[in-house]
Design a protein around this ligand. Structure first.
Ligand SMILES: Nc1ncnc2c1ncn2[C@@H]1O[C@H](COP(=O)(O)OP(=O)(O)O)[C@@H](O)[C@H]1O
Ligand SMILES: Nc1ccn([C@@H]2O[C@H](COP(=O)(O)OP(=O)(O)O)[C@@H](O)[C@H]2O)c(=O)n1
Length: 226
């Protein structure tokens, strides 16, 4: 019989490195829950935009941070994200939200609120969970059983992203990614960073299947060592 101890896996890295695709597949293969923390930051950003909060005013964002109710469904086969009962899976992927999410997620009150949600979801996952984001290994779940930090060249990441956004050209996608990485890496409160004990995987020349296999093997090794 497999160990019944829940396993906690943290997967961090910049945009387009394969965090979501890898995390979902690994969680599905191993029977674990899955949490996309970027979707939570996008959801609170969507709410701020829809409620007329000035994104350039951190104190206005901080004052509103506790208002929206954000609920994440953690089934890797069908992850969901609701804000005040509204399914926002589509609206949180617009260019407008993407361009504003770094400013909203830099506000400490927003991070405190979302981090608490993330920790409570991780603690209640019966078989364990794969949590992906920017600060999971460093701040949200520093005691995770396994930490992975995914990287890839800006060119590979931009090509992957513009393949998804029909009509978007690779050059402007690359510029937007680099700008968002810089904002996420330089903010004061829990920036995008590799934890000292994270395993770094450069996915530039790997297929998605190879990355999934690599992470599944690392989780199984950890479990066997328990
Ligand atoms: N190793 C890979 N090789 C090629 N394409 C990939 C690879 N990993 C992910 N992708 C593709 O790149 C895009 C972005 O992946 P995603 O998992 O959303 O990245 P992230 O969550 O890090 O932003 C998706 O279309 C995905 O299918
Ligand atoms: N743990 C996390 C996850 C995301 N984020 C923020 O949320 C944004 C969107 O994250 P995402 O994972 O949906 O981004 P993509 O990789 O899908 O482009 C990031 O650019 C960060 O500003 C964060 O601050 N901390």
């Amino acid at each position: 019989m497999e160990s019944a101890t829940p396993v906690i896996v943290a997967i961090d890295g910049p945009s387009g490195t394969g965090k979501s695709s890898t995390s979902k597949a690994v969680a599905a293969q191993l029977g674990l829950s899955y949490l996309d923390t970027g979707a939570q930051y996008r959801a609170i950003t969507w709410w701020m935009v829809n409620n007329g909060i000035d994104i350039d005013d951190p104190s206005a964002i901080a004052a509103a941070a506790g208002k929206p109710e954000i609920v994440s469904g953690t089934d890797p086969q069908a992850p969901t994200i609701f804000v005040d009962g509204v399914d926002v899976a589509g609206p949180i992927r617009t260019q407008e939200v993407t361009s504003k999410v770094s400013a909203v997620s830099a506000v400490p009150e927003v991070r405190a609120r979302i981090t608490e949600l993330q920790r409570s979801l991780a603690a209640s996952a019966e078989h364990g969970i794969v949590v992906e984001g920017r600060d999971i290994g460093t701040t949200v779940l520093p005691d995770a059983d396994l930490k992975i930090f995914l990287t890839a060249s800006p060119e590979a990441r931009a090509a992957r992203r513009s393949g998804e956004l029909k009509g978007a050209d690779v050059h402007s996608t690359r510029e937007a990614l680099i700008k968002r990485d810089a904002a996420d890496s330089s903010r004061k409160t829990s920036p995008l960073a590799k934890a000292d004990d994270a395993v770094e995987v450069d996915t530039t020349d790997l297929t998605l299947a190879q990355v999934i296999e690599c992470v599944v093997t690392l989780v199984e090794e950890k479990r066997a060592g328990k």
